[in-house]
Structure formats: C-alpha cells, structure tokens
Design a protein. Sequence first.
Length: 94
Amino acid sequence: MTSALLLIGPLVSIRIELEPASPFHLQTLGLLQLNQSLLIAAERSFDRALALESRLPDSRIGLAQIARRRGDYDLAALQIRRALNLPDLPTHVA
C-alpha cells in the first residue's frame, strides 16, 4: 500500500464520522477497502453507499469486483449490467 493510501484511509473515516449519510464517502471507503482486499468491509461500505444513493456506478463495479474475486461470475455480470444501466449520475459537490 502506498503512503498516500495510508493517509487517505483515516481522512475518509473522519469524513464518514462527520457526515455519515454521505454515500460518496462510503463509496470511497469501499474502494480503499477493496484495494486492500478487505472484501467483507468493502462490500458493507458499497451496500451502505447504495442504500443512501442507488445511482453510484463505482459502488456497483466494486461489488462486481468482489463477486469476481469470490468466483461468483453471474453476480459480477449482474452488478456490471446494473452499473451500465443507471440513469443520470448524481453530481458530487466536495
């Protein structure tokens, strides 16, 4: 893991504590967890993000990557199809 990820992880955690209803922060956390092969934690973060905002293709792609790593190619394909069929993407204001 790069030193940048070591710094970003705690910052994302702090942002989630300050703004727990932000699907974007949860999605970022999920991506960091996936990068560290923390599949259960990443899946939970992506699911929480999608529960708050269902139009997050990066969360769907993250779930597809998790399914692929687990050997569940049908679920991976389903998540990719869901990501590609999403209507207008939400805008993110930092």
